[in-house]
Design a binder for this molecule. Structure first.
Ligand code: 8YV
Length: 316
C-alpha cells in the first residue's frame, strides 16, 4: 500500500506532482477552498504519514495535532520558519527542506532587485509606456553601483552567492551575522546596525523566525540613510514593515526593493504607491529549473524516508 501524504501546497513542476501521485496516496488540501480545508484534513488525518508543504505555509501546531500518524514534513523551500518545531520535535516528526538547489536563482533575483532599484527600471519602464519619453519629459539620472558598499545581512549560501555576483559589479562588500564565516575575504561588520551604517545597499538574506523578527527596525533603516536602499529576498518578518513605510515616507530611507512581505500576499497600499519601491510577489526561487529541482528533493526525501534510507536534506 502506498503511504498516504497530505499535500498542503501545489508544487510548480508537473513531473514532481506526477511522481507524488505515482509513489503516494495524495490528499491535496491545496485544491480545497480555505473554509472547507479543515474538514477535509480532518477527514483524512488518521492515516496521513507524510506532509508536503511550502516555505510560506510550513505547518502549524494545530495541523500537527490533527495528524496522529505523521512521521515527516517535507518543505518545498529552504526557509522552515513557518514550521512549528515546538509541535514536531517532541513527537520525533522529521522535517526536510530544499537547500542548495535554489541558491543561484534567489541570489540572481537579489541582484536584479538591487539593479532595478538603483537604475529605476520599473519607474523608467512606466516612463516609456506612459509617453513621458515621447513628450520629452526630462529624465533624472540614476545612481551607479560601482564602488558602492553592499552590506549582506545573513551570510549563508545565498548571502555568499550574492556577494560573489556583486563583486563582479565592482561593489565593496561587507556582511553581518552573529557567527563569523571562516575563510571569506568579505569583511564582517560589528553588528547589523554597524553594517547598515557602513552600507549603501542592505541586502537581507538571513533566516526568518522569532529570533530575527523585526531585526531591520527604524534605527537600522535610519542608519542605512536617505541615500540607502533596502533589498529583502528572505522573509517579510525580518523587517518592521510599518517602520519601513514611515522611513520611506519621511525620507529617512532612500529606496526599497522587496520580494517578501509581512502578510503575503497582502502588500500595503503605501508601498504600492511609492515610485522608489520595487515590488515582486515572492518569486526568488520561482524558475522552471529550480522549482523542479526543489520538488524533486521533496519527492526524494519522502521516498528515502518511506524506504528506510537516510534523508537527503534533513533539518537539524
Ligand atoms: C518559496 C521560499 O516561496 O525557499 C524558501 O524558503 O521562500 C521559497 O523558495 C516557497 O517555499 C515555495 O514553495
Amino acid at each position: 500500500m502506498k503511504p498516504e501524504i497530505l499535500v498542503l501546497g501545489q508544487l510548480a513542476s508537473q513531473s514532481v506532482m506526477e511522481q507524488l501521485e505515482q509513489h503516494f496516496q495524495c490528499h491535496h488540501a491545496w485544491r480545497i477552498a480555505p473554509p472547507e480545508q479543515l474538514a477535509f484534513v480532518q477527514s483524512v488525518a488518521a492515516s496521513v504519514r507524510g506532509v508536503v508543504s511550502t516555505g510560506s505555509i510550513g505547518i502549524s501546531e494545530a495541523q500537527v495535532n490533527l495528524l496522529p500518524a505523521v512521521e515527516i514534513v517535507a518543505v518545498n523551500g529552504i526557509g522552515v520558519d513557518a514550521v512549528n518545531f515546538a509541535a514536531t520535535r517532541p513527537r520525533g516528526i522529521l522535517v526536510t527542506n530544499t537547500p542548495g538547489v535554489l541558491t543561484d536563482d534567489v541570489a540572481d533575483l537579489a541582484v536584479a532587485l538591487l539593479l532595478a532599484s538603483a537604475r529605476r527600471v520599473p519607474a523608467l519602464d512606466q516612463f516609456v509606456r506612459n509617453g513621458d519619453w515621447a513628450r520629452r519629459v526630462p529624465i533624472k539620472p540614476a545612481r551607479g553601483v560601482r564602488g558602492k558598499v553592499a552590506g549582506i545581512f545573513g551570510f549563508g549560501r545565498i548571502g555568499q552567492a550574492i556577494a560573489h555576483r556583486l563583486d563582479a559589479f565592482g561593489m565593496e562588500l561587507r556582511y553581518y551575522q552573529p557567527r563569523a564565516v571562516a575563510g571569506t575575504a568579505v569583511t564582517l561588520s560589528a553588528s547589523l546596525l554597524a553594517l547598515a551604517e557602513e552600507s549603501d545597499y542592505l541586502i537581507v538574506c538571513a533566516p526568518g523566525g522569532a529570533a530575527t523578527r523585526h531585526s531591520v527596525n527604524a534605527e537600522v533603516m535610519a542608519a542605512l540613510g536617505a541615500e540607502g536602499t533596502l533589498v529583502n529576498i528572505a522573509r517579510g518578518s525580518l523587517v518592521d514593515e510599518a517602520a519601513l513605510i514611515t522611513a520611506l515616507q519621511q525620507g529617512h530611507l532612500g529606496a526599497a526593493a522587496l520580494d517578501v512581505f509581512a502578510d503575503e500576499p497582502n502588500v500595503p497600499q503605501a508601498l504600492c504607491e511609492m515610485s522608489n519601491v520595487v515590488l515582486m510577489p515572492h518569486v526568488g526561487s520561482l524558475t522552471v529549473e529550480t522549482r523542479h529541482a526543489m520538488g524533486q528533493l521533496v519527492v526524494d526525501n519522502l521516498l528515502a524516508h518511506f524506504s528506510g534510507k537516510p534523508l537527503l536534506t534533513p533539518v537539524a
